[in-house]
Design a protein around this ligand. Sequence first.
Ligand SMILES: *Cc1c(COP(=O)(O)O)cnc(C)c1O
Length: 242
Amino acid sequence: MTDPRTEELAARLAETRQRLDAALAAAGRDDRVDLVVVTKFHPVNDVARLARLGVHDLGENRVQEAAAKVADLSAAEPELAGGVRWNMIGHIQSNKAASVAGWADRVHSVDSAKVASGLEKGRARAASERDGVEPLPVLLQLSLDGDTSRGGVARADLPELADHVAGLGHLRLAGLMVVPPLEGDPAAHFADAAEVAAALRLDHPGAEEFSAGMSGDLESAIAAGSTCVRVGTAILGPRPVV
Ligand SMILES: *Cc1c(COP(=O)(O)O)cnc(C)c1O
């Protein structure tokens, strides 16, 4: 027996997976992309429904909301919670970074040395408190147009930030993330970002991931080589107004 909301989520999830497969085929790719389902603004009940439907990667973009949901899910459904990988995809204030390292399993939005150092501190603390804490995989968020008020590091500052992160023992530099600028053609922006991701990989071969693509533009991101799309609206529907 499933409730109507679960059926709705299952249907939209299936549609989204079909879009991913079609986009991979159209791009002539025979690999796969990670699907991070973005649950921001939606209740923890939806998170539990998605986890029951087999969703592994969940994404949140606000620190307080995310920490509360992570705690609520582990309290209510510890077994389900164990199968979830929490992705932090939104802006992190540097004074909040250490706490993010306590619950996040992957961070897409590292855009300054201060944030990286805060995450390092938090992860080091976690590793000293319990066994089996692996280095935290982090992606560097690139600002393509240099308007860093929308998050991201300017491209000129990316190599230095990458070197900084690579030197931190409790973080693992996993790749590049981009949110395309509002102006211009997303396909061109993704192609541009893919070149930056390739250059980063030359210096840091472990930085294999390229997190790009959302509900409205995942096809063009996959055409440009995205390895990870972050999809909210297409699966959960419009975000409730708060
Ligand atoms: C909200 C959000 C998404 C998901 O956007 P949709 O258009 O709802 O799919 C992806 N990435 C980031 C960084 C977000 O904040």
